[in-house]
Design a protein around this ligand. Structure first.
Ligand SMILES: [Zn+2]
Ligand SMILES: [Zn+2]
Ligand SMILES: [Zn+2]
Length: 146
């Protein structure tokens, strides 16, 4: 029996149960992989890592779980470049610098949006759970090479 990793809050497990979903080991593995680090992961990477934990995890299970977790607002798909969606945790903030020329994406940790979020909550009575912030421009290499 697997123990829940620290990245899996009881609140998330609760949300899955309340939505009527059984917490199966493959589902748990998918969830853990996405929440573990703040990196984007595409479904193939998630499948490969899930199979390292539970060898009998199937591709369909991974896709269905990603769909379910997206519906529940636990993970979020991010479409960058020409490839399919990558997934990250939905809660909190996520920030990108996107190079318009070579397509490079740099993730960065912090931004000043939290105080803006509080302001928007007060103004619209909206409860904000997360934000996605993207800046477009040229990376250092493309800028100097141009
Ligand atoms: Zn570039
Ligand atoms: Zn990112
Ligand atoms: Zn932020």
């Amino acid at each position: 029996m697997n123990t829940l990793s620290t990245s899996l809050s009881p609140d998330l497990v609760q949300r899955l149960r309340q939505a009527g979903y059984k917490i199966t080991p493959p589902r748990l593995a998918v969830l853990e992989i996405i929440l573990r680090d703040g990196q984007h992961q595409n479904p193939s990477e998630i499948l490969r890592q899930a199979q390292a934990i539970h060898p009998n995890t199937g591709r369909a299970t991974v896709y269905r779980t990603l769909e379910l977790l997206t519906q529940l607002g636990i993970v979020r798909p991010i479409y960058v470049g020409e490839n399919g969606p990558t997934y990250i945790r939905a809660e909190g903030g996520h920030h990108h610098l996107v190079c318009a020329q070579c397509g490079k994406i740099v993730d960065f940790d912090q931004c000043g949006a939290d105080s803006l979020a509080r302001e928007l909550e007060a103004r619209f009575g909206f409860h904000i759970r997360s934000h996605l912030l993207e800046f477009y421009g040229l990376c250092a290499e493309c800028y100097t090479g141009a």
